[in-house]
Design a protein around this ligand. Structure first.
Ligand SMILES: *[C@@H]1O[C@H](CO)[C@@H](O)[C@H](O)[C@H]1NC(C)=O
Ligand SMILES: *[C@@H]1O[C@H](CO)[C@@H](O)[C@H](O)[C@H]1NC(C)=O
Length: 234
């Protein structure tokens, strides 16, 4: 019988653990945004369409028709309802979650911890920053979440109040993206929103589920335990 060294199993486990989490780009350091503005939570409330997403080359399937509804809750938190489709055959898939404001003294831009009811309990809360918005037409959301002691998983979205951005807003958004997202792996994918592709969604009427918002910070220990088990069982 051919034998595989323990480290291979450990690596495979690690790979699976990372693969099972939210998609994104691997990076050693998160981007910092110098934007400084006074975020108005109540004006961010309501429905947003995801019109672009930082392209993840390892993604085998894409979420399209992404519609999210942000509802302002207590103490600056948001309840989120989201629907998306994977392929044109798919029915809308719903998920709900919560964004809790991070409290940082020197935060210049609004920063949140986000968690969905579909988030694996072993995964950390997703960190999201609303790096730019005019509330009435567009928003740029940046996410960078630590996955181990060295690496982060990075993602970003362009949100629009309409299924497509108005022409004058597209130019403004492009300028912003081109000047900030300058790494060679920063490529954008347009999220499909055509009426013949996207099924009607009832994202705004979804009931909230109760469990959102409970933080679980066991990602690394869980992975390490898995490695240990893999090694022991082998
Ligand atoms: C997550 O929440 C959505 C909307 O409330 C619900 O339709 C879906 O079934 C839930 N999924 C899970 C895995 O709990
Ligand atoms: C962190 O994860 C990345 C991606 O899986 C991996 O390449 C890197 O070696 C990991 N670093 C540590 C210290 O485990």
């Amino acid at each position: 019988m051919k034998t595989f060294p323990c480290w291979m199993i450990a690596m495979a486990y690690l790979w699976c653990a990372v693969d099972g989490s939210q998609g994104g780009l691997l990076t050693l350091s998160c981007m910092t945004f110098e934007e400084d503005y006074n975020f108005k939570e109540d004006k961010f409330d309501g429905t947003w369409y995801e019109v672009r997403r930082l392209s993840d080359p390892s993604a085998t399937q894409h979420e399209d028709c992404v519609v999210m509804n942000y509802k302002l809750g207590e103490q600056g938190s948001f309840e989120i309802r989201e629907s998306y489709q994977v392929g044109d055959e798919s029915e809308p898939i719903y998920r709900s979650g919560r964004a809790e404001p991070k409290v940082f003294q020197d935060a210049r831009i609004p920063k949140f911890f986000e968690r969905f009811n579909t988030t694996d309990p072993a995964d950390p809360d997703i960190s999201i920053d609303i790096v730019a918005t005019d509330y009435s037409s567009y928003a740029v959301v940046y996410s960078c979440t630590s996955i181990n002691s060295t690496h982060h998983l990075e993602s970003a979205w362009v949100l629009s109040r309409q299924p497509a951005l108005a022409k004058n807003v597209v130019e403004l958004v492009n300028l912003f993206l081109e000047s900030r997202f300058t790494r060679p792996d920063h490529k954008w994918r347009a999220t499909i929103h055509t009426a013949d592709y996207c099924k009607p969604t009832s994202v705004e009427e979804l009931p909230m589920y109760a469990g959102a918002g409970t933080r679980t910070v066991l990602s690394m220990p869980a992975v390490l335990l898995g490695v240990l088990l893999a090694v022991l069982l082998y």
